[in-house]
Ligand binder design. Sequence first.
Ligand code: ADP
Length: 465
Amino acid sequence: MVEEAGLDAITKMFKKILIANRGEIALRIICACKELGIKTVAIYSEADRNSLPVRFADEAICIGPPQLALSYLNIPAVISAAEIANVDAVHPGYGLLAENANFAEVCETCGIKFIGPPPEITRLMGEKEKARAAMKKAGVPILPGSDGILGSDLEALEWARQIGYPVIIKASAGGGGKGMRIVRSDQELPALFLQASSEAAAAFGNGDLYMEKYVDRPRHIEFQILADSYGKVVSLGERECSIQRRHQKLLEESPSTQMTPELRQEIGDVLCKTLSEIGYVNAGTIEFLMDQDRRMYFIEMNTRIQVEHPVTEMVTDVDLVKAQIMIAAGARMEDVLHGPIVHRGHAIECRINAEHPEKFTPSAGKITAFHPPGGTGVRIDTAAYAEGTIPPYYDSLVAKLVVRGKDREEAISRMGRALEMFIVEGIYTTIPLHRRILADPEFREGKIDTGYIERFLAKTKDGAK
Ligand code: ADP
């Protein structure tokens, strides 16, 4: 840790950063490093040889064949690249190794700064039922649920009766909506318990499950925080991520139409206090469900930058990735933020995935034409380009289209025209789906919850083109 703060501290601490990721987030981190005057090292698999992060980083190192386990998830290969390139720090982005506490530990053992929280906090938040207990202890509201891991389906049955149906069984190591089952009666519980457990074991190598009360038609609202290494934590307000398919976010916005300044302040204050007490450092997101009476319940914390972070950047003008790097270099919050956080206007992000817009089947392949929209208030985060290829091995995210307007109405109309002017040919994308959502009166009136997409798809099935 350094005494000096701000840019000086960073140029002293970090001359070169390795980006342990790929695609749009790797490019996003390169942008932040370039602006901070820090050199970058991209790592890539053989499938990403012609990718833009490789082109724009100062150095690039091939770390293996296309398969994730042999390249981007191969810790010895990533660490070897960091040592060969002699970097000062590693930025993990999101997904891949971002919430792998062992990876963070290995980095620190090798004298390389991991840009994220201390490994023990990543580990605590990675075990979701432990994170629940920690938040409950600190006074953050949680849903009624089991105390710890469910030992058997019989124990699950007892808890379900105590909590009251419907309940949701969730994987302790969960992520990406895997290992999750809604249970509505005693009869269906044993089979769903078994399914969730084997799905969790297959996905995370850990079949541990816990149980929560299932909230009917909730909204998913999350808070972005930043914490420096000196105990100062700030809240940057909320993002609403209720537009989800199979528990995967498709469209996010800020502010939430359901948020009031008082509730934002109240939740922000309790989170800042709690995270300061547990010694949280760097960027983090605390996810909540909001019920129909606007009560908020903690569900999980993500200890990394989120896919949807640009939504917050658009309304606050804070560069969250630069902030992450500065904090890791030892900068104090006042030098990271330069003043109070002010929220301006309304931002929306559409995730453009390489998927069929109705069948949702993956659509990898060569992009034959690519024209991103521009103009006032439009931002695109993407590593795609014409004649480039979307490899079949990875996440289907092709681009994040983000707009800001003076209010929600302007943001919606701006997003509508930006989607119309976004050309991606050669692969299927979710652009047509987003255009339909943006035109839907219910969405426009803000009548959304986590079940919106399923209802919308059922309602528009016959009318879908
Ligand atoms: P993951 O880590 O797999 O993403 P989360 O705990 O973040 O799992 O939940 C993902 C989504 O699942 C939520 O945004 C919400 O749509 C749904 N969900 C999770 N818990 C509940 C619950 N108790 N009641 C209703 N829906 C839930």
